[in-house]
Write a protein that binds this ligand. Structure first.
Ligand code: AMP
Length: 381
């Protein structure tokens, strides 16, 4: 089924073709026509499923057919997201696709970690607002924005918003929204909390479930190196150099370790940067775009960053340290093997990790290929 059958206008079809999207992903096939018909959506889907375009495209399409300008500072679309990175990514998607229409719809991403004043000024004339909950409430209490004219509410990665402790803020925001509106809820999992939001906020939604993880895992080659803690640094350098890796995402469990790993790589002449919650927004955005542009060879990240990072065809992910839950493991390695390209996931397994990694493999239903790191000569690394 091609994109042209989904009810989108020629301007968007041109944009889609230029983005080199040849066929719609499953979630897009279902969500786009339903959203255009005004239906609420409950999408159980991960990053990588194409969920962003599944709501960005029909929202932009609907706006082309609306002639009434909104009252200043009364946004028509509100997209709530858990992280700054995701806010920026979604804003980019609205801008990329929105550019193909003769009449531009002004959109803006607002998030914490940067000064609020420029955001207050920029909110003039904004119709589509992408926001993290905390910053949105600050802007509302400063009267920089009103939600009373919202026609479409999108909750993206709603489960992550709840995990990050945004529940109370979300409830406050929901109370400020008009009752008559379209609501699109996306979540990687269907928890009790998500079900409650569904019951209270959505009206007869179309439920779309995309089991993206399973498809992805088949595309990912998983290797595990048995290695003692103190040899992880040299092993990492060995793998990067020996395998000629040009773009690799490394995961650690703590902010401190992320900085340390990046530091060590740089000292050894491998261009690396770390990205985590303790870094300023500017530094995070810059590191991510340098990495995307191929100007940084290694990006070292903590789990908080695992979901939002949207990079096409990331060839390799390395777990310098294992995550606690099998779910996080899948999210991490899901950064590779996306958009139908295959990828490689490498994990460092210390003797203490063996048991935990067995559980991860069992839960995931896949077995990694083991390599004994002790047999590799790491002296020159
Ligand atoms: P998302 O799940 O929204 O983060 O999207 C995952 C990635 O897939 C992004 O890099 C999108 O640009 C890309 N993408 C989305 N839809 C399509 C499509 N129909 N064909 C090819 N790539 C797509």
């Amino acid at each position: 089924m091609p994109f042209s059958t989904l009810g989108l206008s020629s301007s968007l079809l041109k944009a889609i073709a230029e983005q080199k999207y040849s066929t719609p992903f499953p979630i897009q096939k279902e969500a786009i026509p339903a959203i255009l018909n005004g239906k609420d959506i409950l999408g159980i889907a991960q990053t990588g499923s194409g969920k962003t375009a599944s709501f960005v495209l029909p929202i932009l399409e609907q706006f082309q057919h609306q002639s009434t300008p909104s009252k200043n500072r009364h946004v028509k679309v509100l997209v709530l997201v858990p992280t700054r990175e995701l806010a920026i990514q979604i804003n980019n998607a609205f801008n990329i696709f929105g550019n193909y229409f003769p009449a531009k719809t002004k959109c803006l991403a607002v998030h914490g970690g940067v000064s609020i004043n420029p955001q207050m000024i920029e909110l003039q004339g904004v119709e589509i607002l992408i926001a993290t909950p905390g910053r949105l409430l600050e802007l509302i209490s400063s009267k920089a924005v009103s939600l009373s004219a919202v026609q479409v509410l999108v909750l993206d990665e709603a489960d992550k918003m709840l995990n990050l402790g945004f529940k109370e803020e979300m409830t406050q925001i929901f109370e400020l929204l008009p009752a008559k509106r379209q609501t699109l809820l996306f979540s990687a999992t269907l928890s009790n909390d998500i079900n409650t939001i569904n019951k209270n906020l959505l009206h007869e939604p179309l439920v779309i479930k995309v089991d993206e993880e399973i498809t992805n895992l088949d595309l990912i080659e998983q290797t595990a190196y048995r290695i003692p803690e103190e040899r992880k640094g040299p092993l990492l350098r060995y793998i990067i150099i020996h395998n000629d890796l040009e773009q690799v995402l490394v995961f650690t469990s703590t902010v401190h370790r992320a900085d340390m790993v990046a530091d060590k790589l740089n000292k050894n002449g491998i261009n690396a940067s770390s990205i985590h919650s303790k870094k300023s927004q500017g530094t995070r955005t810059a590191a991510l775009s340098l990495f995307k542009a191929g100007k940084i060879r290694v990006l070292v990240a903590t789990d908080l960053m695992a979901r939002g990072i949207d990079i096409k065809f990331l060839p390799c992910v390395i777990n310098y340290e294992l995550p606690r839950s099998p779910k996080d493991y899948v999210h991490r390695i899901g950064r590779t093997g996306r958009a139908e390209s295959s990828g490689e996931a490498i994990s460092f397994i210390t003797p203490e990790d063996e048991h935990h990694f067995k559980i991860i493999q069992k839960k995931m239903g896949k077995i990694a290929t083991f390599i004994d790191g002790n047999e590799i000569d790491l002296n020159v690394y």
